[in-house]
Design a protein around this ligand. Structure first.
Ligand SMILES: *Cc1c(COP(=O)(O)O)cnc(C)c1O
Length: 455
């Protein structure tokens, strides 16, 4: 007989993964290489090391090693907020009256409130090991900036966060958390960089954009001695660091003999989803399971459901390497959807390749439906989810309701990436009935596709 499965399962600190799982080493074919936008040639390690930390570049280009050891110095920081719990969503199952078993991995139990701290930890550690004094980054909604502030404080690095100006005005408390951890928060565009000054001159009074914030952060990193830029999603090494989510999930579920039929995550740049699915996708690629993988994205920014699989810039300032990925075009202007962390024009090259090879099924969800699922979940499971995470909740509910109709007892695992305490303006709008859906028309998408670089 199967053991009674507890509501919440925590692993011990000793069970924290000792290695990351490098999904790329299991893929029969690799994604196309990054291209240097200046030459059109594949990026060399040297090209990338001008911008990113050495060890991260090594990981970025590593498709050989299945397991990559997590340094003790990273594990000691991970211990302060991991392992994270696996929850059997008994109350959501009851609410949905479904025969399905639903589990979720909760990544919101740290001060930054999301999974992003997993990669911030590794990237800040490697920056320190390399002897750097400072790092820079950009943040839109603020989760990544907060996570990196915590990691920079832990390892003793200076950090400048270029925060999209409208966000820094809309979310003054996020900004204050970052400052409390010692980060210098610069509303972007700013006059601290050439890129910022240029935009300010052209568009005085602009609220800024993620592309502009990236351009400022990269410029600052390149102009400051002993400084590098770090990125919170999309890149292969970020997915690698996030594999702790999937590895812990698997260790916990294996104890109960539970194996998911369906794994679901929300997808912005793809890092949490890539990390959650890693061990199960690795087994799928070895023919050991028939697990289904569902990536939930906002209908307002539908890169995997309606985008093109093409080379594109990773940022709208067009200064980062070109990546082959599902993309809406770096010039795509996402509507003001509240899931800020999912408003990215592209998608991780690893996930894009898996999607193109039909291993991943993407779904696009409307934000009014997403918030309805968030509220339903909060009222029965207690946790107030981030709007991004609520995309995974809705996709899981949809699967569970399908099970109710068919009587199938599927095992569903989804990633609950964070909490929504800083998203109360969005909840307010939902509660007052003023939340709107934005779904781009084909003509809107064409405008974005027109910004794709010519082959
Ligand atoms: C940033 C963020 C996401 C999306 O990022 P990915 O790289 O796609 O994982 C999802 N949920 C939360 C709470 C976030 O902060």
């Amino acid at each position: 007989m199967k053991r009674e499965i507890p509501y919440k399962t925590y692993l011990s600190e000793e069970e924290l993964p000792k290695s990351w799982l490098n999904l790329k080493a299991f893929m029969p074919e690799q994604h196309a290489p990054f291209l240097n936008p200046a030459t059109g040639e594949p990026c060399t390690a040297e090209d990338l090391e001008h911008v990113f930390c050495k060890e991260c570049v090594k990981q970025e280009l590593n498709s050989a090693d299945k397991l990559i050891p997590i340094p003790d110095g990273v594990r000691s920081f991970l211990r302060t907020f991991r392992p994270s719990p696996i929850v059997r969503a008994y109350f959501l199952e009851k609410e949905l009256n479904t025969p399905a078993e639903i589990y979720y991995k909760f990544e919101g139990n740290n001060t930054s409130g999301s999974h992003k701290l997993n990669s911030a930890a590794a990237q800040a550690y490697y920056a320190k090991e390399q002897g750097l004094e400072s790092i820079t980054t950009e943040t839109g909604a603020g989760q990544w900036g907060t996570a990196l502030s915590m990691a920079a404080a832990f390892y003793g690095l200076k950090l400048s966060v270029y925060m999209v100006k409208v966000s820094s005005e809309q979310k003054p408390y996020r900004r204050e958390v970052m400052r409390t951890y010692g980060a210098d928060v610069v509303p972007s565009p700013s006059n601290t960089t050439e890129a910022g000054r240029k935009i300010l001159k052209e568009f005085p009074g602009t609220g800024g954009s993620l592309g502009c914030a990236i351009a400022e952060a990269v410029e600052m990193a390149q102009q400051t001695p002993n400084c590098r830029y770090v990125l919170g999603s999309v890149l292969d090494h970020v997915l690698l660091h996030q594999s702790v989510i999937g590895l812990e999930s698997k260790t916990a579920l294996d104890k109960f003999g539970v194996y998911p039929d369906t794994v679901i995550g929300c997808a912005g740049g793809g890092s949490n989803f890539g990390g959650l699915i890693a061990p199960y996708m690795a087994e799928r690629l070895q023919g050991k399971n028939e697990t289904e993988f569902i990536a939930a994205e906002p209908a307002s920014c539908p890169s995997m459901t309606r985008g093109k699989y093409a080379y594109d810039f990773c940022d709208s300032a067009k200064i980062t390497p070109l990546a082959k990925m599902y993309t809406l075009g770096s010039g795509f202007m996402p509507s003001p959807d509240h899931a800020g962390g999912l408003r990215y024009h592209g998608m991780s090259p690893v996930l894009s390749k898996l999607r193109d090879d039909s291993y991943i099924k993407p779904v696009a969800l409307k934000q009014t439906d997403v918030f309805a699922a968030a509220v339903r979940f909060a009222r029965c499971e207690g946790i107030l989810p981030a709007p991004e995470s609520a995309h995974a909740i809705l996709a899981a509910c949809n699967e569970a309701e399908e099970c109710r109709r068919t009587g199938r007892k599927k095992v569903i695992l989804f990633g609950l990436t964070g909490t929504g305490y800083f998203d109360l303006a969005a909840y307010k709008s939902y509660n007052e009935g003023t939340l709107k859906d934005f779904v781009p028309t084909d003509a809107d998408l064409e405008k974005g596709f027109a910004s794709l670089p010519k082959a």
